[in-house]
Design a protein around this ligand. Structure first.
Ligand SMILES: *Cc1c(COP(=O)(O)O)cnc(C)c1O
Length: 388
């Protein structure tokens, strides 16, 4: 029995998988069990922010594994304290809750917003506005928050209290504001929704509306955070400071993590016994996270992310099949004129290139430390496939 048959006979078929059995990786290349090499412009959906097995990252995580791999959150660890401090320093937030995934980070944000409102205003001020075409996760609550009808099937009843409004339409948002709203939750760039950046003015207005009405402004930076778009948080590029920001995907370089960040104003809302996670703040994840911050959170590194994004845009915009490129930094969505992104994804894989799709677009989330030579290698394959 080959690996794929073995796998499929024991693992639920919840993904449309490509026929690659990834065995190891090195820098920006992934190697399958037959020794075939792939240049990776997807980073495991943006998780491997420093590529595969970055030396400093791997050393940090493995040294931590030899020292202390986990302990209960009834005790303290130095590595969690160090990571929390570093993350607060680079994001400008004051308090963190640690979980293990993007969905968990968002669950925490939702619980925080509802409890803040409950503590201050009592029952019935629990609704959260989210945007049409958003994506916030796969748990029942974050699926309910997700503003795409295609996710609202089978699993009834969904969690109550989410109201969708159209992105970039401030009138629509204002028309939904009543005394029942406790939070507004947005992605600055809708990732799964097709790499669609929101308007700067809209985001500014959302921030103001939240301030004026004592509504929490929640930013889901699960995909856009940790340097992905050329600033450590994308809110920094939009010139806003949300009350709550969630991060996950690339934050620990490929070990599971999810964090909910907030300011001192909301840092005491979730008190003892109101929230928790067995694995949250796991020492391996924290060690990985410190290694990522050490590399990513420097002006030079972040400038390079922006420049590499511009380089990709410039190179791909010369390709006759490319209709439009959107996104920021190394989070890009590419619309095609005649070809289907899903077909290109399969062909790319045959040709030694890993990419992603989002809706009808090709999506690129390359490792943040990719070199120009590696980018050329990947883009040349992609352009060849697009033009053939
Ligand atoms: C991936 C993603 C999530 C869900 O993260 P998981 O780690 O899969 O739970 C939530 N929000 C956004 C914006 C994402 O891109």
């Amino acid at each position: 029995m080959n690996t794929i048959e073995q796998f499929n006979s024991h693992v639920m078929q919840t993904y449309g998988r490509l026929p690659i059995v990834a065995e190891k990786g090195d820098g920006r290349t992934c190697i399958d069990e037959n020794g075939k090499v792939y240049i990776d412009l997807g980073s495991g959906i943006g998780t491997n922010s420093l590529g595969y097995c970055d030396e400093d990252w791997a050393k940090a995580v493995s040294e931590q594994a030899f020292k202390l791999q986990h302990t209960s959150n009834y005790y303290y660890t130095k590595v969690q304290a160090d990571f929390a401090e570093r993350l607060c320093n680079v994001t400008g937030y004051d308090k963190i809750f640690f979980g293990n995934s993007g969905a968990e980070a968002n669950e925490c944000a939702i619980k925080l917003a509802r409890k803040y409102s409950f503590d201050k205003y009592g029952m019935d001020r629990h609704n959260i506005i989210t945007l049409v075409n958003s994506f916030h996760g796969r748990t029942l609550c974050t699926l309910s928050a997700t503003g795409q009808d295609s996710f609202h099937n089978y699993f009834f009843p969904f969690v109550e209290g989410f109201i969708n409004v159209n992105a970039n339409d401030i009138q629509d948002l204002k028309s939904k504001l009543d005394g029942s709203i406790c939070a507004i939750m947005v992605e600055f760039i809708q990732g799964e929704g097709g790499v669609i950046p929101l308007d700067r003015e809209y985001i500014k207005e959302v921030e103001n509306i939240c301030k004026e009405n004592d509504i929490l402004f929640i930013a889901d930076e699960v995909q856009t955070g940790a340097g992905r778009t050329g600033t450590f948080l994308t809110s920094q590029a939009f010139g806003v400071k949300p009350d709550v920001t969630t991060m996950a995907k690339g934050l620990a370089g490929g070990v599971p993590i999810g964090v909910c960040l907030t300011t001192n104003q909301f840092g005491d809302v979730l008190v003892k016994g109101t929230h928790g996670s067995t694995f949250g703040g796991n020492p391996l994840a924290c060690a990985g996270g410190i290694a990522v911050i050490d590399k990513v959170a420097t002006p030079h590194f972040l400038d390079e992310v922006t420049k590499k994004g511009e380089y990709i845009k410039e190179k791909l915009s010369k390709c006759s099949e490319v209709d439009n490129i959107c996104g920021m930094g190394l989070m890009l969505g590419i619309s095609l004129k005649t070809k289907k992104a899903s077909d290109i994804l399969v062909k790319a894989c045959d040709n030694g290139l890993l990419i992603l799709t989002a809706k009808e677009k090709i999506r690129l989330l390359p490792p943040l430390n990719i070199t120009y030579d590696e980018l050329d290698m990947g883009l040349n394959i992609l352009i060849r496939l697009l033009e053939e």
